[in-house]
Structures are given as structure tokens and as C-alpha cells.
Design a binder for this molecule. Structure first.
Ligand SMILES: Cc1cc2nc3c(=O)[nH]c(=O)nc-3n(C[C@H](O)[C@H](O)[C@H](O)COP(=O)(O)OP(=O)(O)OC[C@H]3O[C@@H](n4cnc5c(N)ncnc54)[C@H](O)[C@@H]3O)c2cc1C
Length: 501
């Protein structure tokens, strides 16, 4: 049965697109020094899933003569959800959780929305059909999608429709019998360089009157008029794999996507001119929960990887047996244990949405609030444990080729970890710096703090989905179980008091 592998993925990427970097237009990304390693890393994910020994773990039979990555599977039971988590965990372990928008993210987002297809049916049968057809196409071809569902930040005191620059936020400018034309920008297309297609929608609320912004669709990244304005490439600035092992291989990139009068055919449009359906596609379907469930699976892998770095640093500098250091590591391990516990809890206490099994919504949002605050704190703790060892390093791998320098490095880079020499110590600290201190690491702090929205957004989702009624029942049970000996109302009690006097 056909299964997508790395070669097929690179071939799919090898078409002309418009990517702007450092003032240049780049059309082919797979061999460009700013992007080629991250393209190869993504290709390696597909190679992993197509290996005989991993096929069952990573893929499922779609019933259409192909096997696709399990992320596309819409679980019908707790067991299917767990099987999906195991596949996503195995992929995340290949990049240490550092590729936030690996292909499984959008597969989960789209599958989750399809599980709530009734939302699109109510909007219009043509939109539901377009979306269902698209899901099948994307699943059966194991398409790597990115998404842009946020509008450019601009002036946050104004609604999107009130921003001064008319063509800033992507909006509808024309429609005809073939489709709709859109113009303007969306942020922040993570992985858009390595993705084949892009999904566009509005996660932030729109108001009535903002119908020109209210559209959701998917298109190939190579579509005419889609311009990818890349941020700085950390891969391009990574001196070598040895110096920046994470930036070098896992820089998934982020970009402003500008739609320069892009024509979207009707068969690729899923929401049109309805501000409420823009919200509903995420929140009245299991879509938002499903995409963020994948994010929590990945996060747990990343935190385990970071904890392993933290522990090895303390072994290397000989602090591992000091009680305050053990206590700190113990607390950090407990924090990860709590995140993992929330993950297993949201699976075990899931619910059915129609025939589909969905993780517990509130526990998912609780985990987001918790983990987005935990990440910067955790990074700081690793820096605290490491001290100057993160900086006391050779300038680059080239220093190892200079015999005079090498001899000095060998005698100054001592390691307390059994079996490790100067080389092992330098290798560990170079990796650790790329995880906690480099520009790539700084971007990851920003990513974990914001990929799911600012804190007021994630806390708002937690507020919205908490079982307040259940909590209030407990309060009611206790507060209603006693009364004042002077009667049940303050006025009555005041009257009784005045009569008595
Ligand atoms: C590295 C990275 C990758 C990303 N990748 C993607 C992607 O692939 N696809 C995508 O669609 N999006 C992506 N995003 C965008 C992300 O979804 C947004 O950053 C997020 O939704 C927050 O929006 P914002 O950046 O406009 O920040 P804001 O919402 O503007 O928040 C900035 C600050 O202002 C405060 N603030 C703003 N408005 C209010 C308010 N009304 N009340 C109180 N406080 C307020 C916030 O609390 C916060 O402190 C990415 C972001 C980052 C950082």
C-alpha cells in the first residue's frame, strides 16, 4: 500500500514558490542553504513512517487503498486516540519536540474540524462538501500543511476592520463564478517553507460588519500570488551542525504570508462571509481541541528532552549530588510529570462528539495555561543550573582543528561525568546553549508562550470551559446547610434586632 516517504515529500516541495529572504526572491527551497536542512528533517519524518517496522505505529489504513499518517485519523475510541498519541510522540522524539508545526499539527486541526462537519453543513451544503473532499484529498496524499489563522498584530486597540492600512489584513476583494480573490497578510506561517499547502482561517473573533475578512480555505503554497516573507533563517546562520545542532536541523521557520490578489476556487472554500462560522469552525467542532492536543503531546516530549539536558549538565559539572540541585531537578521532573498527567487525564476523561472521541476540553485548556507559563521558567532553571559553562566554549568547531588550541581545550574543558572527556563536555554545552540561549532558543520561548494565543486568550478558554456548575454545587451544598439563628435574611434579622431593643 502506498505510504508517503521523504523522497515523495521533497519532490512535492520541488516546485516554484515565492519566498523572500534577505532581500532576495527564492523559488526552490529544498536545496537553499537557509532551508535545506529543515526540509530534510521533515523528509526524514516521512521516511520514518514508511519503514516496515514503523508502519503500524505511524500510519493507518484510510480505506481508500492507501495508508496515511495516524494524525489524519479521527479517533472513534479512547484506544484510537492513544494510538494517535503514540505516533505523534514517536515523530516528536525525532526532533526533540522542537518542530512545533510538524505535519501532524494541521492533520489534527483539520480532522478535528471534520469531526464537527455539521457546523459547515449548517453554513451551506457546498462548504461542507468542499471541506470533506479536501480532508480526503489531504489525508490520502498525506499533505504537509501549515496554517495562518491570526491577523497581523497592528494596532490591538482597534478591530481588524478598523485598521488604518486598508490592504494589511487579508480580506475578500472580489468574487466570480470560479471563486474569490483575497488580498492582504496573515501571520505567522510557521513551517510554511516546508509545507505543501496552506490553510487559512480566523481564530481571533470577528465582529458583524467584518464579513470581508470572514473566509476559510486551503491552497497549495505554490499558488500564484502567495508570497512568503520569511523571518531571519537561524539555519543559515548556524555555523555548523556541531556548533548549533538544533538551529541547523530544526529551524521550522515562521513567515508573514501576503496574499497578493490570490484567486481561491470555490471548491477550496470552507467558510464564506460568516463571522460566526469563523469562530464555530474552531470552537463548535473538536478542531481547536484536536490541534492543541497534538501540541501538548509534542510539548511533553520537548520537556523530557530539556530535562535530560538539565540533568546531564549537572552530572558534567559535578553538582548532581548536591541536595539543592537534586531538589531543583526533582521539582522540574514534577512539573513535567504534571504536564504528562494532564495529557493522560484529558485522554481518559474524553467525550464523544457524535461518533468521534475527543480529549477533555477543559483539561486541554488547563494544560495550555500551565505549560505556556512553565516553559520560560523551565528554560531559566536550566540556565541557573548551568552557570558559565554555557558560555565557556570554543568559538566554533574550527578550534578543534588547531592542535595548539585543541590541547588547551582538552586541559581546560574537564567533565565530572564518568567516561566523558573535553570533547563530550563541549558537545553537550553547545547543544544546551542552542536549546536555552541562542536566537533559535529565544524564538522557542516566544513560540511556547504564544503559539496558542497570549495568556489572556488561553485563560479565557479555560474560564469558558470549566465546570463552574459542578464547582458551584459543592459550594451550594455547604453554604446552604446552615442559617443564622436570627432568620434567613439580613433585613429580617435587623428588624428582629430593632424590635428587641
Ligand atoms: C514563534 C511563533 C509562531 C507562530 N506560528 C503561528 C502559525 O503557524 N500560525 C498562526 O496562525 N499563528 C502563529 N503564531 C501567532 C500566534 O498565534 C499569535 O502570536 C498569538 O495568537 C498572539 O497574538 P499576537 O501575537 O497578535 O499577540 P497579542 O494578542 O497582540 O498579544 C501581545 C500582548 O498584548 C496583550 N494584549 C493584546 N490584546 C489584549 C487584550 N485585548 N486584552 C489584554 N491583553 C492584550 C497580550 O496579553 C500580550 O501580552 C505564532 C506566534 C509565534 C510567536
Amino acid at each position: 500500500m502506498k505510504i508517503k516517504d521523504g523522497k515523495a515529500h521533497l519532490a512535492a516541495l520541488d516546485v516554484d514558490r515565492e519566498v523572500f529572504l534577505d532581500g532576495q526572491l527564492i523559488k526552490r527551497v529544498t536545496e537553499h542553504p537557509a532551508f535545506r536542512e529543515s526540509c530534510r528533517t521533515t523528509a526524514a519524518l516521512y521516511d520514518f513512517q514508511s519503514r516496515d517496522e514503523n508502519i503500524d505505529l505511524m500510519t493507518f489504513d484510510t480505506g481508500t487503498g492507501v495508508r496515511a499518517n495516524r494524525a489524519w485519523q479521527i479517533p472513534r475510541s479512547y484506544e484510537e486516540l492513544v494510538a494517535k498519541r503514540k505516533a505523534m510522540t514517536a515523530w516528536a522524539e525525532l526532533h526533540g519536540g522542537f518542530m512545533g508545526r510538524s505535519p501532524d499539527h494541521l492533520a489534527c486541526a483539520i480532522g478535528g474540524q471534520i469531526a464537527g462537519l455539521e457546523v459547515f453543513r449548517a453554513h451551506g451544503e457546498r462548504y461542507a462538501k468542499a471541506y470533506e473532499d479536501y480532508y480526503r484529498y489531504a489525508r490520502d496524499n498525506d499533505i504537509f500543511l501549515t496554517y495562518v489563522i491570526i491577523n497581523p498584530q497592528a494596532d490591538r486597540s482597534k478591530a481588524w476592520g478598523e485598521q488604518e492600512k486598508e490592504d494589511m489584513t487579508m480580506h475578500i476583494v472580489d468574487e466570480d463564478s470560479e471563486g474569490v480573490t483575497v488580498r492582504g497578510a496573515k501571520m505567522l506561517g510557521t513551517s510554511s517553507i516546508m509545507a505543501e499547502e496552506i490553510f487559512v482561517a480566523n481564530l481571533q473573533p470577528l465582529k458583524p460588519g467584518e464579513e470581508d475578512l470572514a473566509i476559510s480555505f486551503a491552497l497549495p503554497m505554490a499558488s500564484k500570488g502567495i508570497k512568503t516573507i520569511s523571518r531571519k533563517s537561524y539555519e543559515a546562520h548556524a555555523l555548523s551542525q556541531w556548533d548549533y545542532p538544533l538551529s541547523y536541523r530544526f529551524d521550522e521557520n515562521d513567515a508573514i504570508i501576503y496574499f497578493d490578489d490570490v484567486k481561491v476556487p470555490w471548491e477550496r472554500i470552507f467558510v464564506y462571509r460568516d463571522t460566526n462560522v469563523c469562530r464555530a469552525q474552531f470552537h463548535d467542532t473538536p478542531g481547536h481541541v484536536s490541534q492543541n492536543y497534538q501540541a501538548q503531546v509534542r510539548y511533553c516530549v520537548k520537556m523530557k528532552f530539556l530535562l535530560a539536558i538539565a540533568r546531564r549538565i549537572t552530572e558534567t559539572i559535578g553538582t548532581i549530588n548536591m541536595p539543592p540541585v537534586r531538589e531543583k531537578l526533582g521539582r522540574m521532573a514534577a512539573e513535567i510529570g504534571a504536564a504528562e498527567g494532564m495529557l493522560y487525564g484529558m485522554e481518559a476523561s474524553g467525550r464523544f462528539h457524535g461518533e468521534y472521541y475527543v480529549p477533555n476540553r477543559h483539561l486541554l485548556y488547563a494544560a495550555q495555561v500551565y505549560t505556556q507559563a512553565l516553559y520560560p521558567k523551565f528554560i531559566n532553571e536550566i540556565r541557573e543550573l548551568a552557570g558559565g559553562g554555557l558560555i565557556m566554549l570554543p568559538s566554533s568547531v574550527a578550534d578543534l582543528a588547531n592542535p595548539e588550541l585543541l590541547s588547551m581545550l582538552n586541559s581546560t574543558q574537564a567533565s565530572a561525568r564518568e567516561g566523558d572527556d573535553a570533547y563530550e563536555r563541549m558537545k553537550l554545552f553547545k547543544l544546551a546553549w542552542d536549546a536555552v540561549g541562542s536566537e533559535f532558543a529565544g524564538r522557542h520561548v516566544q513560540y511556547e508562550m504564544f503559539y496558542a494565543g497570549a495568556q489572556f486568550t488561553t485563560a479565557g478558554n479555560s474560564f469558558r470551559t470549566y465546570d463552574w456548575a459542578g464547582a458551584d454545587e459543592i459550594l451550594k451544598g455547604i453554604i446552604d446547610s446552615y442559617e443564622s439563628p436570627h432568620g434567613s435574611s439580613a433585613t429580617e434579622s435587623a428588624r428582629a434586632q430593632s424590635l428587641a431593643s
